[in-house]
Ligand binder design. Structure first.
Ligand code: ADP
Length: 164
């Protein structure tokens, strides 16, 4: 049985992430979507809120072999603890490459078994990021092309509250 971990901030989850989850779930027996703390990025949603949005997404999209978890430690410690085989990441453009390459190399340095595979984003989601969604929502724009309808309310509400 092959287990993959798809780690990320998911702040919030977007159609870009969901597309990667859907494809990775078909490639592996078990996929763990791991909400991890990225110290370089201030978050708009708590880890619990992000987990809840992902759990709902997994249920609504019917991803039977996908689990959602979180970690505030090193990815490689979670990788070893969960006896995973592979780390999955998405690649949108060349701008993602340097950071992703560095992370993959570092994880492999920390644990030689930690193989990272990259799934190239679907063309229509190449430009899509959580930070773009947050910027549009913060200015009251329409984000319905970027996140599922069942998450729209809580994302827009977060930014409406900030405007008060
Ligand atoms: P992190 O802070 O770890 O980069 P993100 O939630 O921003 O977390 O991204 C998690 C992973 O999902 C990364 O590998 C990122 O490249 C990938 N990703 C994000 N948005 C998209 C998208 N639109 N299409 C494909 N992959 C994406």
């Amino acid at each position: 049985m092959k287990t993959a971990i798809y780690p990320g901030s998911f702040d919030p989850v977007t159609y870009g992430h969901i597309e990667i989850i859907s494809r990775a779930a078909k490639l592996f027996d078990r996929l763990i979507v791991l909400v991890s703390v990225n110290m370089l990025k201030p978050a708009s949603f708590t880890v619990e809120e992000r987990k809840k949005m992902l759990t709902e997404t997994v249920a609504r999209e019917g991803f039977a072999n996908v689990e959602v978890d979180s970690s505030d430690g090193l990815l490689i410690d979670y990788f070893n603890k969960s006896k995973a085989d592979v780390i999955v990441r998405g690649l949108r453009a060349i701008s993602d490459f340097e950071y992703e390459f560095q992370m993959a190399q570092t994880n492999r340095r920390l644990c030689y078994k930690a193989e990272t595979i990259f799934l190239a984003s679907k063309t229509e989601y190449t430009y899509l990021s959580s930070s773009m969604v947050k910027q549009i929502a913060a200015f009251g724009g329409d984000i319905s092309d970027f996140v599922p309808e069942y998450l729209l309310g809580r994302i827009t509400e977060r930014f409406n509250k900030r405007k008060d």
